[in-house]
Design a protein around this ligand. Structure first.
Ligand SMILES: NC(=O)CC[C@H](N)C(=O)O
Length: 431
């Protein structure tokens, strides 16, 4: 970590140190004093993350546009190819690392300081990290959190995930915003030439690949865990009837399941290829189509399953599930320039006019103009006007392009789960 980063860390933590902000001239000396007195040998050695004087740039990120970004590696070593996307979340890197929707992608965090809260036992959103790698500006040399059990670097190394730091994430983000998503190759292998890595990046594409088959579960299972009481922020689900929900796992995040359970659902999670007929045989009150990685046009089998279920039971689609619903209704999806990835995207709920701050992670979107009459656009992304939610009341369909379960938050859209419960309730009563 450079002096700039340490200055940032100290300014950022000014309230902890009770120093005024902006600091008066004298604290400048205190920054340097603090930096020199960092206990590198004790804490540094314990975390394994101390920047040693001899750590030099040992990794390259080669983008398909021909740019080469030298960086320092942490986590696993090797060579990986993937699509580079930037995420603007300030918190939640553990949840992001374990969101299966990032399969095939390098996640670049725009927050310049990552790793400071380490990794804990509770925050994984799936059984493993499926992403291609992590790209960050500064790797925290210390961890500080009451739940921390491990450093970010150790966590990634154990899971064979590559990370790089000391790279100009701001410059790469500006390039992605200007030119759109880019494929990149990350490598620590000095034996590979720049040209070889560039060729690799240019001969791979995320479009048209079924990434869901690599992340879905192998067999159906029951899910019972609710949001833990110390974390629950909404008691809406208490004292309700129970609803039997089948959740299609296209890369499902655990917090979707926890929120459904907290709202009183009895959930069976099924693999992405689970036949619609088997689902209907179980006579569920509702079906959830989950989030998931990659191109929704590359999984026609999933669209067929959705089609067979529509109109027979209330359904809720989240992110990939929303895109598959859009296609099943006859609409089209398209790839966005650089997508939406972050925990701070404003969305307008057109039914009640309310603005929700939402967590988002998608590169594709449904084209509302391609949808048949009767399908209602219920939510709009306020950053670019793209479709953020759909409903088709005649067939008891609702869907969101973003994440109502957002973990670690924001929680503005949690009410979508209550709406799904109400959809199942009203359908039950009408039967
Ligand atoms: N989070 C998701 O479900 C992502 C959906 C899809 N993979 C996309 O990038 O648009």
């Amino acid at each position: 970590m450079g002096i700039y980063a340490m200055d940032f860390a100290l300014k950022f933590n000014h309230s902890i140190f009770s120093t005024p902000y902006p600091p008066k001239p004298s604290p400048k000396c205190r920054f340097l004093t603090a930096r020199c007195s960092l206990p590198l040998s004790s804490d540094g050695a314990a975390t394994g993350l101390a920047e040693r004087p001899w750590k030099v740039a040992d990794a390259r990120l080669v983008l398909e546009d021909g740019s080469i970004w030298r960086a320092k590696s942490f986590g696993a070593s090797g060579t990986r190819v993937g699509e580079v996307v930037f995420n603007t979340s300030l918190t939640g890197y553990q949840e992001i690392l374990t969101d299966p929707s990032y399969a095939g992608q390098f996640v670049l965090m725009t927050n310049p300081h990552i790793g400071n809260t380490g990794v804990n036992f509770d925050d994984d959103e799936s059984r493993q990290c499926f992403l291609a790698g992590l790209v960050i500006r500064c790797l925290s040399i210390k961890t500080s959190n009451w739940r921390c059990v491990e450093t970010l670097g150790d966590y990634l190394a154990e899971r064979n995930v590559m990370g790089i730091y000391d790279v100009d994430t701001r410059a790469i983000t500006r390039r992605l915003r200007q030119d759109g998503s880019l494929i990149g190759v990350l490598s620590t292998e000095q034996s590979r030439s720049d040209d070889e890595l560039l060729e690799m990046s240019r001969s791979w594409d995320i479009v048209g690949i079924d990434l869901i088959s690599g992340v879905t579960c192998n067999a159906p299972y029951e899910w019972v865990d609710e949001t833990k009481s110390e974390w629950d922020f909404n008691s809406d689900g208490r004292d309700r009837d129970t609803y039997r929900v089948i959740a299609y796992d296209f890369g499902i995040k655990h917090n979707i399941l926890r929120r459904l359970a907290s709202y009183g659902c009895k959930i069976t999670v099924v693999p992405s290829t689970w036949p619609a007929a088997e689902t209907l045989k179980l006579k569920p009150d509702g079906v959830l189509f989950s989030n998931g990685p990659g191109d929704p046009s590359a999984v026609p089998y999933a669209v067929e399953t959705v089609k067979e279920i529509l109109g027979k039971v209330p359904v809720f689609g989240i992110c990939m599930g929303h895109q598959l619903l859009g296609q099943a209704l006859g609409g089209k999806t398209f790839k966005m320039k650089f997508g939406h990835h972050g925990g701070n995207h404003p969305v307008r709920n057109l039914r009640n006019g309310r603005v929700e701050i939402s967590a988002q992670n998608h590169n594709y979107a449904v084209d509302p103009a391609s949808l048949p009459e009767g399908v209602e656009v219920t939510h709009v992304n306020l950053n670019d006007g793209s479709c953020a939610g759909l409903a088709y009341p005649a067939l008891s369909i609702m869907s969101l392009q973003y994440h109502p379960e957002a973990s670690p938050g924001p929680h503005d859209s949690d009410c979508a789960f209550r709406e799904f419960i109400e959809l199942m309730e009203s359908t039950k009563q009408a039967a």
